[in-house]
Write a protein of this length. Structure first.
Length: 485
């Protein structure tokens, strides 16, 4: 089956506008807490971590090595992935028989999805993962059309990269394989190139799996923690679907639902619809986060957009207002407001500003508290962050303020090092799990407060800074007792 030419100019305009917007806002506000952690993790590069494989920390390390402390450089991989995703979405529509209109609608749906566009501002696993999923589904859709087996090998290679960012792609392939057995095309599973690609993906995952095995499979513990967090934050299936709809956007929800309906009417694509439903069901059942399912959305948008091509009379009248409203949501999702406008307010103006400001001021407070200690006390005091965020803040901003290397007992940061035995005291930043410190130190006294001078809430506004003195056992025994997820 022949396909239409790629609508290069309109798709490039959409991708370019999104890329310019992301680049223009890349240096605004500051690091998101997870970005600080990725930089710290990159400087402790390993084959695995408690909460992820090494891909994003590796990207953060490269960026921070090229331009230390430069937000724009750190976020370039996220911008490139998001912009490239617009083209991949259009290519999917093209492979499905979509002409210019379908390609443009699919590309635009990707560009105005709040989660994908807003997430493109940040370097995170949730930014890289959906793009790589989109590439894999495009390769599968193209294979269905041309039956070129090398595409399946490429799908395996991309899967190998994806598995270094998150392990979620395993769910995709397991559910897709079951869907293909149920609905076809079954000959896909008999292709040697598919299994060669799978073998490559498995082999490249061995180092990370060995790291997990050596450390007692902490990723499984982490999954339970995430499930508990998600249940507390959004509830069950209803909350999951509502948040996923918000992530998809005004255009993405109806277009995705229409595309899902169409997959069941098209025998060669039925496995994609089954896979999409299966992924959502599995992620709900396992307590996963709604964005885990984001990677399957672009192909549904493409199927839906192709189905709209024959309805030319009313489509523009509906599409233009919906896309304009979606653009407004994307602007809302990005850090376009002045930081000063957030002063003294708990109101969150976007997906990211609440937890992206005030970190240097927080480091200033800790540095002031550290310098205020008597010399003999300071010489035997380690700085410990209560969460992996606060420890990462001190890792990023502490050296330029004369602070020693920080430590953290929370999540992945616990693996980055143990305080020296000479540190009989701890300057503990934050109040999370401070009860553990009270159990193991003779005195725990509040010596300062994180008083964000900008008056902006970042989750640590008003947080205590404790001085914990006279620990009750060696760090070799104490550090495992302080570990938290």
């Amino acid at each position: 089956m022949d396909v239409a030419a790629l609508a290069v100019r309109p798709v490039a305009i959409i991708a370019g506008l999104l890329g310019i917007t992301l680049l223009a806002t890349a240096g605004r506000y500051g690091y998101f807490g997870d970005e600080l952690y990725f930089v710290a993790a990159g400087h402790h590069l390993d084959f695995g971590y408690v909460d992820q494989p090494p891909l994003v920390p590796f990207l953060a390390l490269i960026a921070d090595t090229i331009a230390p402390g430069n937000l724009v450089v750190l976020r370039i991989p996220a911008i490139l992935a998001t912009v490239a995703g617009v083209f991949v979405a259009a290519l999917m529509a093209r492979e499905l028989g979509g002409e210019r209109r379908a390609q443009v609608i699919t590309a635009a749906a990707y560009a105005v999805a709040p989660f994908l566009a807003g997430g493109g501002h940040l370097l995170a696993t949730s930014t890289v993962d959906p793009f790589l999923w989109a590439v894999i589904t495009w390769l599968l859709v193209r294979w269905i059309r041309v039956r070129e087996d090398r595409l399946l090998l490429w799908a395996g290679l991309v899967t190998a990269v994806t598995s270094q960012g998150k392990y979620l792609i395993v769910f995709f392939w397991l559910i897709a394989a079951a869907a293909i057995l149920l609905a076809g095309p079954r000959d896909l599973l008999r292709r040697p190139m598919l299994w060669l690609g799978a073998a490559i993906a498995v082999l490249t995952s061995v180092p990370a799996l060995l790291w997990q095995a050596r450390n007692g499979w902490p990723q499984l513990e982490m999954s339970s923690v995430i499930a508990a967090d998600e249940h507390a934050n959004i509830g069950g299936a209803g909350g999951f679907l509502v948040v996923l709809a918000l992530y998809s956007g005004i255009v993405g929800v109806p277009l995705g639902l229409y595309g899902l309906w169409r997959t069941f009417r098209l025998p060669q694509l039925r496995f994609l619809g089954i896979t999409a439903i299966g992924l959502i069901v599995v992620f709900i059942a396992t307590g996963g986060r709604p964005y885990y399912a984001a990677g399957i959305l672009p192909v549904l948008w493409a199927v839906g957009a192709v189905g709209l091509e024959g309805r030319k009379r009313w489509v523009p009248w509906v599409a233009w207002p919906a896309f304009l409203a979606s653009v407004a949501l994307v602007v809302f999702a990005l850090p376009t407001r002045p930081v000063e406008s957030l002063r003294g307010s708990d109101e969150v103006s976007s997906f990211i500003d609440f937890e992206s400001v005030g970190w240097p001021q927080m480091a200033d407070e800790v540095a002031d508290a550290y310098r205020a200690l008597p010399d003999d006390v300071r010489a035997h005091t380690a700085i410990v962050g209560d969460t992996y965020w606060s420890a990462s803040v001190m890792s990023m901003y502490g050296p330029e303020r004369g602070l020693p290397e920080p430590y953290g007992p929370n999540r992945g940061y616990w693996y980055f090092g143990v305080p020296p035995e000479s540190a009989t005291n701890v300057l503990y930043v934050g109040d999370n799990n401070s009860d553990l410190m009270r159990r193991h130190f003779r005195t725990v006294a509040r010596v300062s407060t994180v008083d964000n001078k900008l008056g902006i809430q970042n989750g640590y506004q008003g947080a205590p800074i404790y001085l914990c003195t006279d620990r009750d056992e060696p760090w070799s025994a104490l550090w495992p007792a302080l570990r938290t997820l």
